[in-house]
Design a protein around this ligand. Structure first.
Ligand SMILES: *Cc1c(COP(=O)(O)O)cnc(C)c1O
Length: 244
């Protein structure tokens, strides 16, 4: 990427990240919550190495991707401090081997087969995972059905190399952010079903357009991608994405 384009991208990311943090702070103030109780995962799937490096330069090291191959490639490409990689999309079982050692957090645990594979491959510190719940009951979405959550959670208990942090959901798409509220509320109401694992309290929910609603409903982690892109030219982004 030309240095002027890279500079413009860094400036846009700086401004956009500031706006996202301001939105979170305002949502916390409104909900009477401590901003320190919410972590921000920055999803880099629309860009590539330059977007990652711009975020790392901001000290934003918790980065999310929806495809494991991209985590492997980006982790090998980017210079500077190591990002903490969050896998937010569906992880295919046959891709678990390669990514298990470099993942910091998996937000989308949705099957026992995947859990077993990750448990086998994980070395060192246990892998923090969120169980994805299909709160909207949508056929095309992955995630455990709410009615199966309890049995699923019990089946994870013997897997010593995984540590369940809480629950994650991707609500059905709506234009109106408030449309996500019932699904976020439903996820929160499912938390007691994690009792078999010592009742972890994490809720990974909320994206660019509905993070305020998620904060009001108790999110502890929001995953934001699109809101980082304002003012970055499509062409610049496309070129960067092709490098990942
Ligand atoms: C893309 C993605 C996000 C970020 O969504 P934005 O609308 O870009 O903020 C969050 N979670 C998952 C699972 C995603 O795939």
């Amino acid at each position: 990427m030309a240095s002027s384009a890279a500079r413009a991208l860094r400036e846009a990311v700086h401004a956009n990240l500031g706006r996202v943090r301001d939105r979170l702070a305002a949502a916390c103030a409104k909900a009477g919550r401590d901003p320190a109780s919410i972590s921000l995962v920055l999803v880099t799937k629309y860009g590539g190495p330059s977007l990652v490096e711009a975020l790392v330069a901001e000290g934003a090291l918790d980065l999310g991707e929806a495809r494991s191959e991209r985590i492997v490639r980006l982790d090998a490409t980017v210079a500077g401090p190591r990002p903490r990689w969050h896998m937010v999309g569906h992880l295919q079982r046959n891709k678990a081997n390669k990514v298990a050692p470099i993942l910091s957090v998996l937000h989308s645990l949705d099957s026992l087969e995947l859990a077993k594979k990750l448990d086998e491959r994980r070395q060192g510190a246990p892998l923090p995972v969120y169980v994805e719940v299909n709160t909207g009951g949508e056929e095309q979405k992955s995630g455990v059905a709410p009615g199966e959550l309890e049995a699923f959670v019990r089946s994870l208990a013997p897997l010593a190399n995984l540590r369940v942090q809480g629950l994650m959901t991707m609500p059905p798409d709506t234009d109106d952010p408030a449309g996500a509220r019932p699904y976020f509320a439903k996820l929160r109401e499912l938390l007691p079903r994690l009792a078999a694992l010592g009742a972890p309290r994490g809720l990974s929910m909320g994206m660019s357009h509905d993070l305020e609603v998620a904060v009001e409903e108790g999110a502890t982690t929001v995953r934001v991608g699109r809101a980082l892109l304002d003012g970055i030219e499509d062409e610049v982004l496309r070129e960067d994405r092709e490098r990942a």
